[in-house]
Design a protein around this ligand. Structure first.
Ligand SMILES: Cc1cc2nc3c(=O)[nH]c(=O)nc-3n(C[C@H](O)[C@H](O)[C@H](O)COP(=O)(O)OP(=O)(O)OC[C@H]3O[C@@H](n4cnc5c(N)ncnc54)[C@H](O)[C@@H]3O)c2cc1C
Length: 386
């Protein structure tokens, strides 16, 4: 059996390792456009801050793949899949055959439509090369604007603050972490982050970036203008669908897969940030690994079903921990909260079950809360946290 995996991220690698557990003889080949071996993307934040070097991000070396008998080709971009002949084609014409194919091509940063968005000095933040470019360019510039106050934007702000930059985050919504916190939670986090020296402009957005070829300031929708030389986009991600487009794969936001991570085309699977399962594109590390594992098991001929992942996010910036899980801020839920000078916990309860929660400043209780949400427990399980 010839297994071909496009992408060496969390989903692709997890699939390969699970195939190998079940099929000791099959040919496993991973092809990735990335020139780097598999690295732990979430720790790029620490790399950007200068806390760790690139080697600390790497998980497996050449020897590991040799021992597992997995063939890995880096720096090769697949541009076409011929489903009739079961062949993939690379950018410079090389072709590889497969019996089972996994598309694990991840996502790319979303670039918003803003006047002047293509100027030099605007960066996305997705891979190690983006970090290197940001660091090298901002060496001589002190003021950095980050567009987007999601997890990545806040983490990046913290990393660059540590590098001595003046950082301002501009966010369209009226609150930070719009997917994880309600307004009250956001206000608490904002106060804590402002104390650390990060600036925020909420409820506004960048209308135009100024400068000839190079960024030299911007104008917000409110009319306010700001000087700046460096802009970092943290405005969300989009699944990389280009391989799916010519192939006739069913897509909506991502490539649609069933519980076995199968697409609508026989012997082609998808997993990770590129995949959409039950209407959800997770864009998160653990779900990517879980999907990769299920894809690998099914590709190797065993049966295993993906039932979805619990969405949990953790932010740990400048010593402030934020945990958020489940459904937040819905009007249909009863709300229970606890607040003191250090900790803020908020729980959302519907039909007697905890459906969501966020906690600021108390990392120790997150595991317990996470379990209570997963078990569908009632609020009495967490009474000591109220
Ligand atoms: C800075 C940062 C911090 C993050 N922090 C967290 C966090 O704290 N918690 C969390 O849960 N998630 C986090 N994430 C998200 C998480 O990293 C992703 O969900 C995860 O990496 C997705 O894995 P993947 O295997 O689907 O895709 P990726 O890791 O994106 O890998 C895709 C692979 O496909 C290859 N590829 C793409 N197109 C082609 C092609 N045409 N031909 C050949 N190869 C191709 C790429 O080169 C790459 O190897 C973070 C992401 C970033 C960028």
């Amino acid at each position: 059996m010839r297994y071909l995996i496009v992408g060496n991220g969390a989903a692709g690698i997890e699939a390969a390792l699970n195939i190998r557990k079940l099929d000791s003889d099959g040919e496993i080949k991973i092809i990735a456009q990335s020139k780097n071996h598999f690295y732990y993307r979430p720790r790029l934040i620490e790399y950007l801050a200068g806390d760790i070097d690139f080697n600390s991000l790497l998980k497996y070396d050449e020897k590991f793949y040799q021992e597992k008998n997995i063939d890995i080709e880096l720096g090769l971009k697949i541009v076409n899949i011929d489903k009739e002949n079961k062949v993939v084609e690379c950018e410079y014409g090389e072709k590889f055959s497969y019996d089972k194919l996994l598309i694990a091509t991840g996502a790319r940063s979303f670039i918003p439509t803003i006047k002047g968005i293509l100027k030099v000095g605007i960066f996305k933040f997705r891979g190690v090369s983006d970090c290197d470019e940001i660091l090298s360019y901002s060496e001589t510039h002190k003021d950095v604007i980050i567009i987007g106050a999601g997890l990545l934007g806040i983490e990046a702000a913290n990393s660059l603050k540590k590098r001595g930059k003046n950082v301002t985050i501009v966010e369209y919504c009226d609150r930070l972490l719009p997917n994880q916190l309600d307004k009250e939670g956001s206000d608490i986090l904002r106060d804590k982050l402002e104390e650390k020296g990060i600036n925020f402009i909420l409820g506004d957005c960048v209308e135009e970036v100024h400068g000839r070829a190079f960024v030299d300031g911007l104008t917000l929708r409110s009319g306010k203008t700001m000087p700046c030389k460096v802009i970092i986009l943290s405005t969300g991600i989009r699944p990389r669908l280009e391989l799916a487009e010519n192939l006739g794969l069913n897509t909506q936001r991502g490539i649609i897969v069933n519980n076995k991570m199968e697409t609508n085309i026989k012997d082609i699977y998808a997993a990770g940030d590129v995949a959409e399962h039950n209407g959800l594109c997770y864009g998160l590390w653990i779900p990517s690994m879980e999907q990769g594992k299920i894809a690998g098991i099914n590709m190797a001929g065993e049966a295993s079903e993906y039932e979805g992942s619990t969405i949990e996010t953790r932010l740990k910036v400048t010593g402030i921990s934020v945990f958020s899980a489940g459904i937040i801020g819905t009007d249909e839920a009863d709300v229970y909260a606890y607040k003191d000078d250090i900790v803020y916990r908020k729980f959302f309860v519907k039909d007697g079950k905890i459906i969501g929660a966020f906690i600021i400043g108390d990392p120790r209780s997150s595991l317990k809360v996470s379990k209570a949400i997963n078990n569908g427990d009632g609020i009495e399980t967490l009474k000591e946290l109220l």
